[in-house]
Write a protein that binds this ligand. Structure first.
Ligand code: NAD
Length: 321
């Protein structure tokens, strides 16, 4: 069902603008931390190999870390790096007091197992939130470092729906450890009724049509069609897919949701690009700020530009302090 005659299309959830505002706020908080406590957060990003997409992500992370006033430490290791060498570097970074956050860019080359690498990172420096201590705490309702993309999803949802999501039905399509499962956990913490769906789920269109909030992270362009959307639903499209443009032959990025169809029915929807992606890096900066404060036994500073909001709203609530 489309919006009734004369009703506007879905609100476009401006991830880019929200990310810019979040980064600016982090920069102000970093400045307060440096002035009042002489602490400058430091983020170490480790890239193994030369995957072009990973190189772009790492470059963006580095640029935005520096723009926020933080230290950026970059480690580029060759494709042939052994698991032992990577673990050795992580041990050094765990012990380095200038480094408050450690991010190992995924995917890793096949000779390196992901699980031991993620487990080797000090949980308090695990700004990706992938260490089992943090995933366990997230599900237990404890003080976890929340993975960046799921945090971004929740912030985007709350941006359009407010932070009272209690009782809403959230359907999360895709249940990976890095996106789907932590998104479901966060929405459960927000008192949504959460259904997790995946490739084997039966009658997915009918299930999706019951969702007030639909989060899609499957990695296949156009998986969710317009007639899968409940009128007025909030749709968060996490997917990043490269498709060839039929007219120019050039590649472009699209999400997992058939955007042009879905926006006719949804209440609000994230674009791809410009939705979840930019917010993910902003959340990485939030996590690095939170990690630096925690390691120095300091509270996350209030935003000097928001005199009436010492906690800085949702973002601060998401940071493990
Ligand atoms: P993954 O491959 O680890 O998991 C995919 C999940 O989708 C699985 O649970 C699978 O069962 C499910 N699935 C696959 N095809 C399906 C179908 N046709 N119907 C229903 N379920 C289906 O993927 P991931 O790592 O979670 O990433 C998902 C997407 O999100 C990818 O496009 C990835 O590039 C993107 N991503 C974006 C960001 C960001 O910052 N925007 C971050 C991480 C991942």
């Amino acid at each position: 069902m489309n919006h009734p005659e004369g009703m506007p299309n879905a609100t476009y959830i401006e991830g880019k603008a929200l990310a810019a505002a979040t980064r600016a706020r982090v920069a102000r908080q970093v400045a307060v931390l440096a002035t009042e406590y002489s602490v400058t957060p430091g983020l170490a990003v480790v890239l193994v190999g030369a995957d072009p997409a990973s190189q772009v992500y790492v470059r963006n992370k580095r640029r935005q870390t520096i723009q926020a006033g933080m230290y950026s430490f970059e480690y580029n290791m060759p494709e042939t790096t052994s698991e032992e060498s990577l673990l050795q570097l992580i041990e050094e970074l765990n012990a380095d007091p200038r480094v408050h956050g450690i991010l190992v860019q995924l995917p890793l080359p096949p000779q390196i197992r992901v699980a031991p690498v993620l487990s080797a990172i000090d949980p308090s420096k695990d700004v990706d939130g992938f260490h089992e201590v943090n995933t366990g705490r997230l599900w237990n309702g404890g003080n976890a470092v929340v993975p960046c993309t799921p945090m971004a999803c929740q912030m985007l949802i709350e941006h359009v729906r407010g932070d009272d999501l209690a009782g809403l039905h959230a359907v999360v399509i895709g249940c990976s450890n890095i996106v789907g499962k932590p998104v479901a956990s966060l929405l459960l913490r927000a008192e949504c009724t959460v259904t997790m769906a995946h490739i084997k789920t039966r009658d997915l269109p009918a299930l999706a049509r019951t969702a007030d909030i639909l989060v899609v992270a499957v990695g296949r362009a156009g998986t969710v069609r317009g007639d899968w959307i409940k009128p007025g639903a909030t749709v968060i499209d996490v997917g990043i897919n490269r498709v060839e443009c039929s007219s120019s032959g050039k590649q472009r990025l699209v999400g997992d949701v058939a955007f042009a169809e879905a926006r006719k029915t949804a209440g609000a929807i994230t674009p791809v690009p410009g939705g979840v992606g930019p917010m993910t890096i902003a959340c990485l900066l939030l996590n690095t700020l939170g990690a630096a404060c925690r390691q120095h036994g300091l509270p996350v500073p209030g935003d000097p530009a928001a005199a009436d909001s010492p906690t800085n709203g949702n973002a601060a609530r998401h940071c493990a302090t």
